[in-house]
Design a binder for this molecule. Sequence first.
Ligand code: FAD
Ligand code: NAI
Length: 462
Amino acid sequence: MADYDVIVIGSGPGGYVCAIRCAQLGLKTACVEGRDTLGGTCLNIGCIPSKALLHATEMLHESQVNFEKMGLMGGKPKVDWSKMLAYKSDVVGQNTKGIEFLFKKNKIDWLKGWGAIPEAGKVTVGDTTHTAKHIIIATGSEPSSLPGVEVDEKTVVTSTGALELGKIPKSMVVIGAGVIGLEMGSVYARLGADVTVVEFLDGITPGMDLEVAKTFQKILTKQGIKFILGAAVQSVTTAKGKATVAYKLRKDDSEATIEADTVLVATGRKPYVDGLGLDALGVSMTKRGQIETDGHYATNVAGIYAIGDAIVGPMLAHKAEDEGMALAEILAGQAGHVNYGVIPGVIYTHPEVGSVGKTEEQLKDEGVSYKVGKFPFLGNGRAKANFAGEGFVKILADAATDRILGAHIIGPMAGDLLHEICVAMEFGAAAEDLARTCHAHPTYSEAVREAALACGDGAIHA
Ligand code: FAD
Ligand code: NAI
């Protein structure tokens, strides 16, 4: 008889959620984690600490830009960087301890240390071998490296170093105009750093609805962030605590350099599977180093499964969580399922950007006949009152059936507003279903309804 029904390796959003659901469904469960705290990349060095710094600096920005307009006088706050970092660490601590509490509550054993799989059915942690009917790999991801760029996590940093810089830099070059680059770039721009983003492609946030991406770039530029697009970084050199980034413009091969106190390398992440022993086990991998799984998260080796950033798909905490829940249900004999067509993506800048389903470019490529309903936040009373009139809601619906195919929001609370559209999409709703739903006034959500109305006979306030 095995020690456990399930051993999960890795306690990030994929692993800990999977472990909790397994335990709730009656499976005897353990989770292996090598870090000192539970919660993985997301809670320790990802989603949570970055959102704490985004929140603190957004408050700062709000106080600098809008307070006096509302009659809130009394001077602008000064930044105490070490206090801000302490606040961030406190938020992280509360969250990681929360997972420890949930493990105890659900009687999940935390096997402390780095796990390896010597053979199916066995997991070693240090000198101890544990046995399990099912082994789930949820070991997440790590930053991709860039040829010619050496990270020291002081002057040249990944997101991990960017979350705890020794001091606020006067200047920062961000390599990569993706999610990490723009979120962390926004944090330091609001703290007063001169931020330049160097991006290989000709636009920011590849894959995002183009109209939204262009508006997003304009808004960030207005906030003082500079962009060098179509630029291939060749090298980063450091001397006397400064870094020099050399890049080549792709349009004419001309070369240039830019200097900064800090360089953030944010050019993507790759699965982390070091030390598990997957080669020896013969686990199939994709060309991009992801663990290959079938529709039920099973690898080609019986009894071994994988979820989250370590497998194919968007590297998002909630995608990992949903896979964790679905796999637990499958192992418990239920019908676990993830709808990959309705996975929201949010960038937590100010304004936020939220996106779900198809972009306009994808619909064109697929030859789908669609209609667009758009509504600007400038027409929303609540947004006007809150100085949050930038951006718009865009809903894409099937031209013939009115079924919602995608939604893209740039504006206040976009990440939260998106979810009524996600629910609607899960139910196969038409834009008219949203448009006929009474929305409270005055809320930002009225902009969603107006965009849905714009898919039909027209918005009222535009
Ligand atoms: P991870 O969270 O990476 O967890 C894997 C865990 O496995 C780690 O704790 C690791 O120590 C452990 N581990 C690895 N190997 C072993 C081993 N052999 N033995 C024991 N333990 C092991 N996503 C969002 O959805 N929203 C956001 O706002 C967001 N912000 C982010 C901000 C930053 C700066 C970064 C870097 C990422 C962000 N992400 C965000 C992405 C998100 O963090 C990941 O998609 C998510 O953490 C993936 O979850 P996971 O469970 O697959 O792996
Ligand atoms: P990303 O894939 O979002 O963006 C990387 C960017 O770097 C792309 O624009 C790419 O074109 C560019 N790039 C690649 N090579 C380059 C080069 N040599 N020179 C210049 N630019 C180059 O990756 P990022 O921002 O590192 O984030 C990693 C993952 O973490 C993402 O998959 C994301 O989903 C997740 N994440 C999610 C967040 C959220 O949901 N809010 C926040 C932060 C991270």
